[in-house]
Design a protein around this ligand. Structure first.
Ligand code: FCB
Length: 462
């Protein structure tokens, strides 16, 4: 790869030259942006329920309106086109497609995604669909949700409907978003729906979600001609927050849970050692072959290294630990260490040997109280974070990491789960009172980067 710098590269990336077919995208998810939770036949999800539980989401915020993307998707696609974004990663809301999770599909819900996909294609933007970004239909949770082994079949049926309906136009599919995060937070820590903290429930969930991934992959393969199928994992180096032996041991188990037990099962066909021993009672003959399907790409969501410590009061004896004092932090307190990104890309390349798409990476800031919100428009902290990440990704690529694309999290400020609307990750500001969208400095910076990488002279195709 030549080290010649593109003429109009934005500050911080002047020396970078990515391959001309490197994909530059933006990510969102259904519950975080769509709103219209009670419209056109959508059924309730576990997040609708959770948001209504007192004290679970900051300020009692809900996804009821969010960014009103359900009605404003046309504007949002135009915005992406203006920024030069080449691919858009979004998720389908299972409860919009199947209001009760199973049974008869909701035509109005399917129609919405048809409109979105067609609008993207007309704008020259590649649609990348994720089947599950945490909004499990409440009716399925009432049947035990992921703790019920039947969940793999429910998910495969939903995947079949989606593949048949959209597979003529959508070729890039991901089964799940961040397996480890929603399972750990929902079934072990109890911090997200369904707010459970139980070892058997958590282990069953891990295994059933893996089965669901495998079955859905087979469905997509069968129904989508030319499909490029991946799964999206949160992978962050796990470091002990002290040298104490108990913190080191707790971190090893934390790492198995956070980073290994989903991709290892799905790509290598095995569980990591400690989880493997405890999950055995739930694994039946033939399961590992069902889970381990050929995959086309690895979706990496990366934000920051994580620090863990022992805590005997927690379900698995580990919890998040203190961060080193000397690491800079984002506006939501996450450590900034681009070398962790470079390390992760290299390690994933050698462990799983799949092309990697960075399906999320971004910077959170807090702009509460409201009068300070517009300060967010000149988001130099986010610009610096993105530049640092993209440089780290470039170093990894230069050293042989198989990274093929990058999606910024997120296109828009949106509903940030338990943090509500106070945490903003968008490169585009959303004024929630008026739903006005205003590109931040980071959006202009990203657009300039993309432009600078488009077919500059002497750039090889990979
Ligand atoms: C990831 C989630 C995404 C968003 C970002 C900040 O863990 O996949 O929905 O919340 O974090």
């Amino acid at each position: 790869m030549p080290e010649t710098s593109p003429d109009d590269a934005p500050p911080g990336t002047a020396a970078l030259a990515f391959p001309t077919d490197f994909l530059w995208g933006a990510s969102t998810s259904a519950y975080q942006i769509e709103g219209a939770t009670n419209e056109d036949g959508r059924g309730p999800s576990v997040w609708d329920t959770f948001c209504r539980m007192t004290g679970r989401v900051n300020h009692g915020h809900t996804g009821d309106i969010a960014c009103d993307h359900y009605h404003r998707y046309g504007d949002d696609v135009r915005l992406m086109k203006d920024l030069g974004i080449g691919a858009y990663r979004f998720s389908l809301a299972w409860p919009r497609v199947l209001p009760r999770g199973r049974g008869v599909a909701n035509q109005a819900g399917l129609d919405f995604y048809d409109r979105l996909i067609d609008t993207l294609l007309e704008a020259g933007i590649e649609p990348w669909a994720t089947l599950f970004h945490w909004d499990l239909p409440q009716a399925l949770d009432d049947l035990g949700g992921w703790t019920n082994r039947d969940s793999a079949g429910w998910f495969a049926d939903y995947a079949t409907i989606a593949a048949r309906r959209f597979g003529d136009r959508v070729k890039h599919w991901a089964t799940f978003n961040e397996f480890s995060v929603f399972t750990l937070f929902g079934y072990a820590f109890g911090w997200a729906p369904p707010s459970i903290s139980d070892k058997a429930a958590h282990l069953k969930t891990i295994h059933h979600v893996n089965l669901a991934h495998g079955d859905a992959t087979a469905v997509l393969r069968a129904h989508v001609p030319g499909a490029a199928i991946g799964a999206i994992h949160s992978v962050q180096p796990c470091r002990p927050s002290s040298d104490a032996p108990e913190d080191i041991a707790a971190t090893a188990l934390f790492n198995e849970h956070w980073n290994l037990c989903f991709p290892d099962a799905q790509i290598l066909g095995t569980y990591p050692p400690q989880i493997g021993a405890s999950i055995e009672p739930y694994v039946r003959a033939g399961d590992m072959a069902r889970i381990c399907q050929p995959m086309d790409w690895f979706g990496l969501n990366h934000y920051a290294p994580m620090y863990a410590k022992a805590d005997p009061g927690m379900l698995w004896g580990f919890v998040f630990g203190a961060l080193p004092e000397n690491l800079p932090r984002t506006g939501v307190g996450w450590p900034i260490d681009p070398s962790a990104f470079e390390q992760t890309l290299k390690e994933l390349t050698s462990r799983y040997r799949l092309p990697i798409y960075v399906t999320e990476n971004g910077y959170g800031s807090q702009t509460q109280p409201a009068p300070n919100e517009r300060a967010e428009l000149d988001d130099q902290g986010r610009v610096a974070y993105l530049a640092g990440s993209i440089e780290a990704m470039h170093r990894a690529l230069r050293d042989g990491a198989k990274v093929r694309g990058y999606f910024v999290w997120s296109l828009l400020d949106n509903f940030e789960w338990g943090a509500g609307y106070g945490d903003r990750f968008g490169i585009v500001f959303v004024d929630y009172a008026t739903q006005e969208r205003i590109p931040k400095a980071s959006a202009r910076w990203y657009a300039a980067l993309i432009k600078s990488q488009k077919a500059p002279p002497n750039r090889p195709k990979r």
